[in-house]
Design a protein around this ligand. Structure first.
Ligand code: ZN
Length: 162
């Protein structure tokens, strides 16, 4: 069966966020990126010769970007950071470095690190749910790329099993 791919990217699919990823037992300094997201879906054509409505992909993608925009992205499931959830703050500690973030400024994500790879995986999982809630039964694959900087990104591909 023929498959087609459609892609939306960059224009409005952006967010600016702070994070500190960990690597090899170390923790980056707190810093931020102007992230850019690309979304690609593959599938068969509907009766109207669509794979997916570009505007729907952009709308769903932008809503997820907006959730992350101007926030600190916390890897809630980190095995390296000490993380305590209080009533109104998240306390994050790495060795001698300690941070207290008001909850309103934090997006606590169920991931073990805030790498572009994990952010792409999380984003794809959210978008998959949103797409399935809208039908989209003709789609066979969803691919999300998260770029930390132009030309520096990671992709996650979800096989939708069709
Ligand atoms: Zn970074």
């Amino acid at each position: 069966m023929s498959h087609y791919r459609v892609r939306v990217e960059r224009n409005k699919l952006k967010f600016a966020a702070a994070h500190m990823a960990t690597f090899a037992g170390q923790c980056e300094p707190l810093h931020g990126h102007n992230y850019a997201v690309s979304i690609e879906v593959a599938g068969t054509l509907t009766e109207d010769a669509w794979v997916a409505d570009f505007s729907l992909l952009k709308t769903l993608g932008k809503a997820i970007c907006d959730e992350l925009d101007h926030a600190f992205l916390l890897q809630r499931d980190s095995r390296v950071l000490e993380i305590d959830e209080g009533m109104s703050n998240w306390k994050v500690r790495f060795g001698e470095r300690g941070f207290v973030f008001p909850k309103s400024d934090v997006r606590a994500l169920p991931i073990d690190n805030t790498t572009a790879e994990r952010l792409a995986e999380w984003f794809a999982g959210r978008l998959r749910g949103d797409l399935q809630a809208r039908g989209a039964a003709n789609l066979s694959e969803l691919r999300v790329e998260v770029e930390e900087a132009p030309g520096q990104g990671a992709c996650f591909v979800v096989d939708l099993g069709r």
